[in-house]
Ligand binder design. Structure first.
Ligand SMILES: CSC[C@H]1O[C@H](OP(=O)(O)O)[C@H](O)[C@@H]1O
Length: 352
């Protein structure tokens, strides 16, 4: 049974329960967020992370935030709701799902503005839970669509974690692997450890070991060698924001892997829900790239690994150009050789 990454407990006065992913793989611990500051902190510090999971966390964070709104009328409530959503929007900049989740909540509030404040709050809670439950279905559809690209005996390289822990429970890139295994395909996965926060080593390897999938952990710098040895027949990664032309922001290092894949004639797949597309952004040049603290590199997991005062550059994401992407796997279908035209053809012009 897939592990629930994040769930709501109770009614509108309830709380969020989530897996604290910073403790994995050594400790599986559920923690509770009962106010908006604690969910903001959980997103910021990657206790909960991964674009779809961040979207769910933001939506549930809105429900935490409105607990403190005492407005009796809908107009005042909507004004105070804006303060809640503006605050949540500052947690992390790159994964568009955070802003997509918030926008869905704001839309529901507007649609219910002629009701009582209590009814609006109930509608917002239902929407947050709907977003979580939709993600469970969407990820399984991504798995179904992507597994068609996987052949029995394939070696597959992945980067970072786009597994159940990055979503409600089933993953995007890893959903394809889970589905391929369910179909009886024998696959061998090579998981990049993914410096500096090691989501590949700590999370992807953990998920795949528990799923009984053959996984080999490698350092990021080994990907080229493994490809040159003919061990990899395809690469599959997640995404945090996909521009209208198919340029894709994902964990730092993904762009380099796409170049290596191209050099070795290996298909490079991105798996992502439609909600990760940002059609308001024409190309990857416009995707905001989060920069994180130097300590993630100089004090990785509690050990000093760099001289005092050394300059550090720590972008958490990079952008893979559409020309390096063989196909984008979504719940609506597979977009081969992604471009503004075929993305619009599959998605239409708006993303709900
Ligand atoms: C299914 S989205 C997963 C995506 O999010 C990760 O970033 P972070 O761990 O910083 O939230 C990484 O880019 C994954 O590919």
């Amino acid at each position: 049974m897939p592990l629930p990454t994040i769930e709501w407990e109770g009614d509108v006065e309830g709380r969020i329960r989530l897996v604290d992913q910073t403790l994995l793989p050594t400790e599986l611990k559920f923690v509770y967020c009962e106010d908006i500051k604690s969910i903001w902190h959980a997103i910021k510090t990657l206790m909960v992370r991964g674009a779809p999971a961040i979207g769910i966390a933001a939506a549930m964070g809105v429900v935490l935030g409105i607990k403190d709104i005492r407005a009796k009328d809908a107009d005042t409530f909507l004004k105070e709701l804006k303060q809640v959503t503006s605050y949540l929007s500052t947690a992390r900049p790159t994964a568009v799902n955070l802003f997509w989740g918030i926008a869905r909540m704001e839309r529901v509030a507007r649609e219910n503005k002629n009701k009582s404040v209590r009814e609006i709050k109930d509608a917002l809670l239902h929407e947050a839970i709907r977003i979580q439950n939709e993600d469970k279905v969407i990820c399984r559809q991504i798995g179904e669509n992507g597994a068609k690209l996987i052949k029995d005996g394939n070696g597959i390289l992945t980067h970072c974690n786009a597994g159940g822990l990055a979503t409600a429970d089933y993953g995007t890139a890893l959903a394809v692997l889970f589905k391929a295994k369910e179909q009886g395909k024998h696959i061998k996965v090579y998981a990049d450890e993914t410096r500096p926060l090691l989501q590949g080593a700590r999370l992807t390897a953990w998920e795949l070991v528990h799923a009984g999938i053959d996984v080999t952990l490698i350092c990021d710098s080994m990907a080229a060698h493994v490809m040159k040895q003919g061990k990899v027949q395809c690469v599959i990664v997640g995404a945090d924001r996909i521009a209208a032309n198919g340029d894709t922001a994902n964990k730092i290092g993904t762009y380099g892997v796409s170049i290596l894949a191209k050099e070795h004639g290996i298909p490079f797949y991105v798996a992502a829900p439609v909600s990760t597309f940002d059609l308001s952004i024409k190309s990857g040049n416009d995707i905001p790239i989060e920069e994180r603290s130097p300590e993630e590199i100089t004090n990785g997991f509690g050990r000093k690994t760099a001289p005092e005062g050394v300059k550090v550059f720590n972008p958490a994401f990079d952008v893979t150009p559409a020309k390096n992407i063989t196909a984008i796997i979504t719940e609506k279908g597979v977009i081969t050789k992604p471009s503004a035209e075929n993305i619009q053809r599959l998605l239409g012009t708006t993303i709900s």
